[in-house]
Design a protein. Structure first.
Length: 115
């Protein structure tokens, strides 16, 4: 199983970023996928999740209306569109796959929101 995140970077408050997570080594279309984040000194927290078919999503309250999770099963990729970014969104963002009752993590991508 390999999960490779990309798309992070430095953005000003109010800006947007789109994160991508390219998956390989498993049957992507059968896996639930999620994005988590971890800020310095804080615990890792769920940001958003999407079921295998893409038919259902869930979001943490702190990103509702600003972030959108989606997936392309033909490309084995899950995305996180982040709009109206705030300084408190600064964190390392991780992609997670849920496969056969096990969790698999990517290496993370840094998102920094600062003026």
């Amino acid at each position: 199983v390999q999960l490779v995140e990309s798309g992070g970077g430095l953005v000003q408050p109010g800006g947007s970023l789109r994160l991508s997570c390219a998956a390989s080594g498993f049957t992507f279309r059968r896996a639930g996928m999620s994005w988590y984040r971890q800020a310095p000194g804080k615990v890792r927290e769920l940001v958003a999740g999407i079921v295998s078919t893409g038919g259902s999503t869930n979001y943490a309250d702190f990103v509702k209306g600003r972030f959108t999770i989606s997936r392309d099963n033909a490309k084995n990729t899950v995305y996180l569109q982040m709009n109206s970014l705030k300084p408190e969104d600064t964190a390392v963002y991780y992609c997670k796959a849920y496969i056969s009752s096990n969790d698999y993590w990517g290496q993370g991508t840094q998102v920094t929101v600062s003026s």
